[in-house]
Design a binder for this molecule. Structure first.
Ligand SMILES: C[S@@+](CC[C@H](N)C(=O)[O-])C[C@H]1O[C@@H](n2cnc3c(N)ncnc32)[C@H](O)[C@@H]1O
Length: 415
């Protein structure tokens, strides 16, 4: 099954084209809004008895890993650069590669071990996934999920050298239970979520995420999903639009922009990104437009979150996903939006307040200046990590109990 994409949703659509500009990315686009230096951690390697992590050396798998065979090795046969490079899709179309954010920290907190089972719930172009598999070597396996069939196609090529160790699934990570069951997996050693959109999605005008390029007002991560941004913009009530803009976009001019959208769509439906950009520009007073980056950035971000229902059930999902960790297993989440990060923080805090889990990050880990300089889109990233504690003595007739003694950690002070 290695590398085969199993569809839990719709089929892939045509590949994207072209280069693009800014898009409905993270909420950190505004200069100076996000902290840039790392927060306190209790280490990357702290506890849990995981094997030491081999540094990802540009994500290249060791030579032996490229040998996995079978029909699913097509990417390698086509000359795909194993692990370290961008997939053929991105390169061929002149798109900038998606640079995995906080890569070293993510790997250090996951602390992958040989023979372990891992989940990348947002595999995207496979940057984190390739580095994880390369770092751990051996026979560790990865369940790699994404809602976007185009991203999965890139990931499939990029991860082809790892052969049967990779199980690609087209679907929503919130259906994790079902995806695990399809592999016959009960517990796993690590789960990674790198939330939001990829550069591949943002930079492709035909996907409609970009406010700097003309394109259809689409913004669906999964093109098989019926609802597009144009549907929302042309049918949602004025108040609903204003709420999304205020809540998901933290847009100060939410009410005015909603009014202008409603006025514009009375004349004719709004169907392209540039039409929406012009409406937003007209709604925001000129003086305010000169501050805080592109005037349409927050509107595009809000609509993207609404179209893809990105915040639905995130907190509950994290609580449930943590229960699927083996003793010592880790859950690592990178969020790019304050609402996302708040959900992660609450879920982790509640889990760590009970029995059986501990926080590995006292404060979120954020990219250093060098990473932000290299990859400005990383600026608003916040990584949090949680660990399931090692099992204690099993109570008679029940699940193994987690050992309270193992909770002693520098993070205890924060609970
Ligand atoms: C920031 S990118 C991940 C990039 C990836 N870590 C890499 O290194 O290439 C986020 C990806 O998550 C996917 N995604 C977002 N929400 C999802 C969900 N609920 N279920 C599955 N995939 C999701 C998006 O389609 C996108 O490809």
């Amino acid at each position: 099954m290695g590398g085969r994409i199993r569809s839990a949703a719709a089929e892939p659509t045509a590949p994207h084209q072209d280069d693009g500009g800014g898009g409905a990315g993270s909420d950190g686009g505004a200069p100076g809004r996000a902290p840039r230096s790392g927060g306190g951690t209790d280490a990357a390697a702290g506890g849990g008895g995981a094997a030491p992590v081999r540094r990802p050396s540009a994500g290249r798998p060791p030579a032996g890993d490229a040998a996995g065979g079978g029909a699913q090795q097509a990417g390698a046969a086509q000359g795909h650069e194993a692990g370290g490079g961008w997939g053929q899709d991105g390169a061929a179309q002149g798109l900038a590669p998606h640079q995995p954010v906080l890569l070293e920290a993510a790997l250090a907190f996951l602390a992958p071990r040989r023979g372990g089972r891992y989940v990348d719930g947002t595999v995207g172009g496979g940057g984190h996934a390739a580095a994880l598999l390369a770092a751990v070597g051996g026979d560790a396996q990865l369940l790699a999920i994404d809602r976007d069939p185009q991203a999965l196609a890139v990931a499939r090529r990029r991860l082809a050298p790892f052969g049967d160790r990779v199980h690609l699934v087209h679907g929503d990570f919130r259906d994790l239970e079902r995806h695990l069951a399809s592999l016959g997996w009960d517990r796993v050693d690590g789960i990674l979520l790198d939330l939001g959109v990829s550069s591949m999605q943002l930079d492709d005008p035909s996907r409609g995420f970009s406010y700097q390029e003309e394109g259809p007002l689409d913004m669906r991560m999964d093109p098989g999903q019926p609802l597009t941004a144009a549907d929302l913009v042309n049918t949602a009530s004025r108040d609903q639009l204003a709420r999304w803009l205020a809540e998901y976009g933290e847009e100060r001019w939410a009410g005015r922009i909603a009014d202008f959208i409603v006025e514009a769509r009375r004349r004719r439906p709004i169907t392209t990104t540039t039409e929406l950009v012009e409406i937003v520009k007209a709604a925001i007073p000129a003086r305010a437009r000169r501050r805080g980056g592109h005037p349409a950035r927050r509107t595009f971000q809000a609509l993207r979150i609404a179209v893809n229902d990105e915040l639905r059930g995130l907190e509950g999902f994290l609580r449930a996903a943590a229960q699927r960790l083996r003793p010592g297993g880790r859950l690592v989440v990178i969020a790019f939006h304050s609402l996302e990060d708040r959900a992660v923080k609450r879920a982790f805090r509640d889990l760590a307040a009970g029995e059986g889990f501990r926080l590995l990050t006292r404060k979120p880990v954020t990219p250093g200046e060098e990473e932000v300089r290299r990859n400005p889109r990383s600026r608003s990233a916040k990584l949090r990590a949680l660990q399931r504690l090692a099992a204690g003595p099993a109570p008679a007739g029940g699940e193994p109990r987690t050992g309270a003694g193992a909770r002693a950690s520098p993070c205890d002070a924060t609970r």
